[in-house]
Design a protein around this ligand. Structure first.
Ligand code: ZN
Length: 512
């Protein structure tokens, strides 16, 4: 290829990246408005905010499906200089922009609009039905949603041997299939159930007293801020505020917005949420600025994002070494109230296991069973093997089988989560995949740096953060989720590291 042609093609790559950055700039503005809506906006602003968001969504979709993107992509794809090394930034960006472009153009605008319209009504109806604890009220809306997400799956299509659920899951976890999820979930469930039998059958266990200690909310928030700063969150490039549902958003690696919520009687609720969101936040801050607005500057998937939050919340935040340090920090924030608790009591209180109805309140030991119930149900629903009207019965039966609980009503049963009401089917497993990735990444980090627990006990978390920056964050979307796992840990995703983590911690705490 002559120099002149190479220069032309490379300028076409620059044009392509320019268009993609413009589309993502709109998306980042929308993210900031979303954060504002949850933290600062007065209730009266809702209708206007909805119009602002709808306009941004339309503009960013139009930018994404611009035929110029298709033309430039086609030209870039034939340029060996850009694509010869499949792991180069140019090749990765071209590959991922193609995936996004095909996805966006495969969906007819009418279907996109219909889904947006139906799901905004369904979300509203879901909230009312949940309040009334009445699934029959939500049922017709969910039936409509299921119909539309099936059509969406058909538009995307799925590889030979797969199923419709795969096409939906691929939006959240690229390459994820129901068969693969099943391969990992099955042994996980068997081992979790065995572990829970031993833990719950034990006559001894940690005391919950610290989780019932009233502590001032403002002091809890100050403490949570000091902890996440210590973990490595950069407050010059991010914020931590309050919201009803904790989340991490923001518009750029230099402007990350996270939130937590605090309850008067349980420090671990607010602190755990803050540490969880801090893991998401440090992932965003760890993306490389030069790549922001392109796939190389974006997180791999929801599952990998969740691995970062779970790792800091669970592997670090529920460890004895973390509490060794935190134990010494509490009196400065909470005075005598905290002083009467021993390190063992604090560590135990962070690791109480108790089956409950509500997923978001679940402990580390039972959490994944909640996800498995949802996965089995949505897989059957999307495949057409289960009718929407039969969801409550199946839900309640699975809660009895997996968690030994009799679900008292739909509010604490199949109406508790918002996800299905906005058409997010294929989403739930990313929570458990993230938990599994977290355990596998952390095990590898400790194998490479055996001094980590001692560092945590001294309040030093920088080595772990740097390791995550280097091994995960800096790659952007270079690898697909499963591939990243193999590159970082040398092995495909497995349930073993999580089970080693849970058994190694919970059995001693519960006298096993
Ligand atoms: Zn999360």
């Amino acid at each position: 290829m002559s120099t002149a042609t190479a220069a032309t093609v490379s300028s076409q790559y620059d044009q392509l990246i320019g268009l993609v950055r413009d589309a993502n700039l709109l998306g980042s503005t929308s993210a900031l408005l979303g954060w504002d809506q949850e933290t600062m906006m007065p209730p009266g602003g809702l209708a206007h905010r909805a119009r602002q968001q709808a306009q941004l969504a339309r503009l960013s979709h139009e930018a994404l499906v611009d035929p110029r993107v298709g033309d430039l992509l086609a030209e870039c794809e034939t340029d060996r200089a850009l694509t010869a090394d499949p792991l180069s930034a140019t090749a990765v960006n071209i590959r991922e922009i193609r995936i996004d472009y095909d996805k966006a153009t495969k969906l007819p605008t009418a279907l996109v609009e219909e889904l947006a319209r139906v799901s905004s009504v369904a979300q509203h109806e879901w909230a009312l039905a949940r309040k009334a604890s009445d699934f029959t009220r939500f049922r017709p809306h969910l039936e409509r949603i299921v119909e539309l997400v099936r059509r969406k799956a058909e538009c995307f299509g799925w590889p030979e041997g797969g199923e419709a659920w795969d096409a939906l899951a691929d939006l959240y976890e690229p390459g994820c299939t129901a068969a693969e999820v099943q391969r990992v979930f099955k042994p996980l469930r068997e081992r979790v159930v065995k572990l829970l039998d031993r833990v719950l059958g034990s006559k001894t266990g940690p005391s919950n007293a610290f989780n019932e200690l009233p502590l001032p909310i403002d002091a809890q928030e100050r403490f949570a801020r000091s902890v996440v700063e210590r973990l490595g969150f950069d407050f010059d490039r991010g914020r931590l505020d309050r919201s009803t549902h904790p989340f991490c958003g923001g518009s750029h690696c230099n402007d990350v917005r996270m939130t937590s919520r605090y309850t008067e009687t349980c420090l671990n609720d607010g602190l755990g949420s803050a540490m969880h969101e801090c893991g998401h936040g440090m992932y965003e801050q760890g993306l490389l600025e030069e790549h922001i607005g392109t796939p190389m500057g974006q997180a791999v998937s929801l599952g990998i994002h969740e691995s970062q939050s779970r790792l800091w919340e669970n592997q670090v935040g529920r460890s004895r070494s973390f509490w060794t340090w935190a134990h010494g920090q509490l009196p400065a924030s909470f005075g005598d109230a905290a002083r009467r608790f021993s390190l063992d009591e604090l560590y135990g209180a962070a690791n109480i296991v108790e089956p409950g109805f509500i997923r978001v309140d679940a402990d580390e030991g039972t959490y994944n069973l909640h996800i498995m119930v949802r996965f089995e149900i949505e897989r059957a629903i999307v495949a057409g093997d289960l009718a929407v009207k039969d969801i409550p019965g199946v839900w309640n039966k699975l809660y009895k089988d997996y968690l030994g609980l009799d679900v008292p009503d739909d509010r604490r049963g199949c109406l508790q989560d918002i996800h299905w009401s906005f058409g997010a089917m294929g989403y739930f497993p990313t929570y458990t995949l993230g938990t599994l990735y977290a355990a596998q990444f952390f095990e590898k980090a400790v194998a490479e740096m055996p001094g980590l627990p001692n560092e945590f006990a001294a309040g030093e978390f920088g080595q772990l953060k740097k390791w995550l920056n280097r091994n995960i964050h800096a790659h952007g979307k270079r690898y697909r989720p499963g591939e990243l796992c193999t590159v970082v840990t040398g092995k495909p995703l497995s349930a073993d590291p999580l089970m080693r983590h849970l058994e190694g911690k919970l059995l001693p705490l519960y006298g096993g």
